[in-house]
Design a protein. Structure first.
Length: 94
């Protein structure tokens, strides 16, 4: 019985950690898309990544594959959708 409880606790902790990581990723995706909608160039966005980092450039490229909008309403909708989609992708990969 103790082994089952320990296994359940470890699984819960691992799930909580994965969800925490996904929240970090969601926040980063939101920041990147906000920069994209704010007019920051792809070159400048890519310059913020660290050499050897293979993860964050993928989020940047995904954001820059989305259209840039003029109206505040469409910019905010795009930022929210991109962050939500990235969060969902993260949760379903885990």
């Amino acid at each position: 019985m103790k082994v089952l409880i320990l296994a359940a606790l470890l699984a819960t902790a691992a799930t909580a950690q994965a969800e925490d990581n996904c929240l970090i990723i969601e926040s980063y995706a939101r920041t990147v898309m906000d920069a994209r909608q704010g007019g920051i160039s792809l070159k400048d966005a890519m310059a913020t990544t660290e050499k050897g980092d293979k993860f964050t450039p993928k989020i940047i490229i995904a954001a820059y594959n989305k259209p840039h909008y003029i109206t505040k309403k469409m910019k905010q909708r795009t930022i929210n959708n991109f962050a939500d989609d990235t969060y969902l992708d993260c949760l379903t990969i885990k």
